[in-house]
Design a protein around this ligand. Sequence first.
Ligand code: C2G
Length: 130
Amino acid sequence: MRRVITFGTFDVLHIGHVRILQRARAHGDHLTVGLSSDELNFSKKGRNPIYPFSNRSELLSSMRFVDDVFMEESLEKKRDYILQHEADVLVMGNDWEGKFDEFSDVCEVVYLPRTPSISTTEIIEIIKDV
Ligand code: C2G
């Protein structure tokens, strides 16, 4: 079984998230998602997520192409997570291009094109203006 792993906050789930998860899953037979904790999102983006970890985890777990979800607590633990979950391939959007090449000794690293013109930040801004 070829195991794929990916990471993210996946807050205010949108088509860009769905498409990266679908494409990540297509790189193997099993997809594990390291879902950022609320605290990690705060440290990454300077704000709490709109949806708490429990809701974001439930949303991802409901997707047929997501097989497993665990809490990503630190960006620095990525190597441990990859080994712990026995991932054969790490897939990320290309906004992370090159950032995870250091893990190519333990798994294949694949960057896929982001879905253009959509982001959680943009969605939040639009909703604020309504
Ligand atoms: N993404 C995408 N297209 C978009 C928006 C996001 O393909 N329009 C991808 C990102 O490239 C990422 C994934 O969706 O691979 C999740 O995006 P975020 O939830 O914004 O996650 P991020 O803040 O990039 O966290 O350890 C890595 C980090 O946890 C990744």
